[in-house]
Design a protein around this ligand. Structure first.
Ligand code: ASP
Length: 301
């Protein structure tokens, strides 16, 4: 039987195609669990997982926590706002303390790119990157593709437009690696100031008509050193998804949080073209699969 070969998920680079197959097959199994009246399995009842969120999060934090609870793991939640980080403790000291308390796995989010890698190197236990700066957010990329497959689109049928602040998006960082690994067709659109390093195309009217998936990214104002778009209204006029331009077959995605009226109008966000909430739903099953597979490796089963 082929095995899941990695003991961490810092980057899409950690996964072979075989790992991705195993991960998606396991996600399907957990979707079945989540459809039952009792949405819980005892699989990881002997593991303790620390969720270290040094940066704000709503969906990702709750999704990881739910996934862990549904696998019966014990959980420690840490956010930098109410920790000794405020008193000047270094990241390394914080994690060394956790290791001494016999934590089995770490989920980490941080505004600095490379933090998850650092934590992994310093601890030697399974680490999952829940978003590091502008670098990567692998579980988001994985759950997004799973959502498209669950919608019945095969890999070779996907023709995706990636639109927005690609340069500062860690979701784009992981997604591009995943799509390239699996030969998913995509093209990038965005203002030159926030999509420059990827030489995207300008978006003119009708340019998106031939794409069956429109993947929108948020303007990452917190990661821009200066204003890189003239105004949100201008951005919306040039790159925002407007319901009147949508084709019936087009699926609209977004990693959240959405800014209504900026990258997407409300009518689109609330339309049946939008699968944004499906992404959220699939996220729990996908994260259960990641945690379960890393947990099994950790237990040496
Ligand atoms: N929630 C995603 C992230 O943490 C996307 C975003 O914030 O725009 O990267």
């Amino acid at each position: 039987m082929k095995t899941f070969n990695t003991n961490r998920l810092i980057s899409i680079d950690d996964l072979t195609k075989n790992d991705i197959d195993i991960l998606y097959a396991t996600t399907k199994e957990f979707l079945k669990v989540l459809a039952r009246p009792v949405k819980k399995v005892p699989a990881l009842k002997d593991l303790t997982i620390a969720n270290l969120f040094f940066e704000d999060s709503t969906r990702t934090r709750i999704s990881f926590e739910l996934a862990q609870k549904r696998l019966s793991a014990d959980i420690i939640n840490f956010s930098s706002g109410n920790s000794s980080v405020k008193k000047g403790e270094t990241l390394n000291d914080t994690i060394q303390n956790l290791i001494k308390m016999k934590i089995d796995m770490i989920v980490v989010r941080h505004k600095v790119s490379g933090t998850a890698h650092f934590v992994s190197k310093k601890t030697g236990i399974p680490v999952i990157n829940a978003g590091d700066g502008t670098n990567e957010h692998p579980t988001q990329a994985l759950l997004d593709l799973f959502t498209l497959w669950e919608r019945g689109l095969k890999s070779e049928e996907i023709n995706l437009a990636l639109i927005g602040d690609i340069q500062h998006s860690r979701v784009a960082g992981s997604s591009e690696k995943l799509w390239q690994k699996l030969n998913i067709r995509y093209k990038k659109f965005g203002p030159n100031t926030v999509a420059r390093r990827f030489s995207p195309g300008d978006r003119g009217s009708g340019d998106l008509d031939n794409f069956n998936v429109l993947y929108n990214l948020r303007i990452q104002k917190e990661r821009q050193e200066k204003e890189l778009i003239p105004s949100v209204q201008e951005y919306h006029n040039s790159f925002g998804i407007r319901f009147e331009d949508l084709k019936p077959h087009q699926l609209v995605m977004h990693p959240g949080p959405i800014n209504r009226g900026v990258e997407i109008d409300s009518q689109t966000a609330d339309s049946t073209n939008s699968i944004i909430l499906d992404q959220v739903e699939m996220g729990v099953a996908l994260r259960m699969a990641v945690i379960y597979l890393l947990g099994q490796n950790k237990k040496g089963i």
